[in-house]
Design a binder for this molecule. Sequence first.
Ligand SMILES: [Fe+2]
Length: 200
Amino acid sequence: MGDAKVTDELRATVRDELPEISEIRNVRLRDKVVEAWATALAASSFSAIGEIPPSGNPDTRRLSSGTQTDHMRGVARLAMRIADELKDIFPALPVKRDILVAGALCHDVGKPWEFDPVNQARWQASPGATGFPSIRHPPRGVHVCLTVGLPEEVAHIAGCHSGEGELVQRSLEATIVHHADYTFWHVLAAGGMMDDGKAE
Ligand SMILES: [Fe+2]
């Protein structure tokens, strides 16, 4: 992930921004979620998740109030409710809750890369040479997750929560995060909570 230094200050910022981390029972998994975000931020121009523009993609409309942190928390909370409510009615539903929460919190861990204004300017200057973007946030998220030692199931959620997931069969947990993610943007857009701009 380059030479960027992952500091304790950055780890503390991530813990403060994402209180839903406490829903993960496995302490090592919890720490790796923090490490993933701190590592992704350290390699970017951002020093907090809340500094990343609050949209699904760099060129789609933004929340009119609220932050990218609210997106991560909202998706994690929606994902937990989907799993818990359906498990209440269908106890056999084989949801791995720790993987689900870790995956929901990390699904956009590639955004510090894709949304970075330095990268955006670089790609825009020469799209034929670099691609635009060179790598979208889902595959970048896979790289971050595997670099910090998160399990394959969490990397799969980061990689397949969006359009890339249409090329594969999503896991149960990735399916839940995918729908929680789209629900977040579509419900808030329908409620007039997003700026005008290109549709999601
Ligand atoms: Fe998202």
